[in-house]
Every structure is written in C-alpha cells, then in structure tokens.
Design a protein around this ligand. Sequence first.
Ligand SMILES: *[C@@H]1O[C@H](CO)[C@@H](O)[C@H](O)[C@H]1NC(C)=O
Ligand SMILES: *[C@@H]1O[C@H](CO)[C@@H](O)[C@H](O)[C@H]1NC(C)=O
Length: 246
Amino acid sequence: MKRIWMFVFCIGTFAIADARKCSKLTPAGFKKTDGVFDYDHGGKVCENLNTRTTFGNDVRQHILDRHNMYRANLANGCAKLPNGTRAPSGRDIKKLVYNCTLEAIAQKFANQCAGHVHSKFETRPHIGENLYFGWDPSRKAKTDWFAKGADAWWAELQKYGLKYSADNSKIFYGKGAGHFGQMAWANTRSVGCGFNRCARTVYMVCNYYPAGNINKKTIYQKGKPCKNGKSCKSGKCDKATGLCFA
Ligand SMILES: *[C@@H]1O[C@H](CO)[C@@H](O)[C@H](O)[C@H]1NC(C)=O
Ligand SMILES: *[C@@H]1O[C@H](CO)[C@@H](O)[C@H](O)[C@H]1NC(C)=O
C-alpha cells in the first residue's frame, strides 16, 4: 500500500514540473496594483546614473516582473489570440533584466513631453521604444501607470493576432500590434523606462535592447519553453518561467 502511494506522488510531482500552469504564470489579482506603487516620490538613482526619475527600485522591479510575466505566458503557450485560442509556445525567449542605461535614455525623452512621436533613431541605436499616454488631469490618481501601459501594449496580441510567413515557419506581429511585438521579441534582453507628468496626461517611455520588430525577422520561434540549460543558447534556463537567461 505504501509503495503505491509513493508512486502516485512521484507522477504528480513530475506532471507539475513539466507543464507550467497558465494560471500560475498569471497570478490571480495581478491587475489590482493601483495604489501599490508611488510614481512621484520614489526617486532613487538607477545604479550610478543620474536619470532623475520620480520613481524608485520597487517600480523598476514591477516593470520587469510585468514584462517577464507576459513573456513567460507566451513561451508556455498561454497567451491568447483574437479567436480565443492560444499563441504557439516558444523556445529561447529571454528573461529580461532591467537596464539603467535604457532608463536614462527613456527618461530624457519622457522629460520632453513630446507627444505621440517616437524619439529620433540616432538617439537610441539598436534600441526599441514603446510609448504610452494616460489621461490624468487631476494628477492625483493612484493609478499603476506602468502596469496599465504594459497591459495595453500586450493586449494588441488579443486584438490583432499574429501573422505567419508563407511557409508558416516565421511568426510576425499582426498589423497594429507593434508594441506587443517589441514586448514579446524573444531576442530582446533588457528594458528600462521613463515616466513624466505632462499637461494633463502621464507619459511613459520604455526602451528595449536589442531592438525588436526587425523587418522580416520572427518575433519568436515556435518550440518548447526551456526546462534546463540545454534548450537555451546561453545554457541558462529560468525553470520557474521557461524563459532563458540572456
Ligand atoms: C485561431 O487563430 C489561429 C491563428 O490565426 C489559427 O491558427 C487557428 O486555426 C484558429 N483557431 C480556430 C479554432 O479558429
Ligand atoms: C543596456 O543598454 C545599453 C544601451 O543600449 C546596451 O549597450 C547594453 O548592452 C544593455 N545591457 C544589457 C544587459 O542588455
């Protein structure tokens, strides 16, 4: 009797380790983050760069976690398409790290409150850029702006879907889904963001390195999320998420 129980237990354990549950990758209540983060008084320099952001390390970690949560969803075949089915799982999708150099560039641009135009390419070599505006005339709202921005960018996948190359081997982002394309870009390995309150809006800029959305290149390769270092080019797998360390 005892032996049978042990056997059952082992099978159960392996099954959990193998398939990461979509519900675990997207924790319940992940959207309820309003009021948790202070965007206006946190100001702590990023490493030794004087980027003069108004937010601190808790927000930086939050940005990173939000991005990696979505990327893990994609890697594990959990990300939803417009017809309710899920995007194919992906191999060797990198786990992002926070990049203070990118933050410095993003913040410098955010400080200009430039509106709906991207910064000049020359100011950000090989760097991708996502912008988000939030309507906030009262300037008091305790909205979790970076979460809202990241969610809006990622939502393009469910709105516009993916596109495939003629031979079905390459996955491109659908028309209108460029922000998603950059957030999901498998080969991108770091992110850094800036934040500013402009006239009646908040303005967010996230920079990515290396840049995604490269013409005719795939967002990610279909395949299995990593289980161990063998399935990562770097040889290093983050077993909790199936993303590869860069
Ligand atoms: C849903 O969309 C995907 C991607 O366009 C497609 O491959 C799949 O066949 C569709 N599934 C259904 C049930 O319509
Ligand atoms: C951070 O960004 C800078 C500027 O684009 C880049 O040179 C550097 O390699 C990046 N670091 C990481 C870890 O991605």
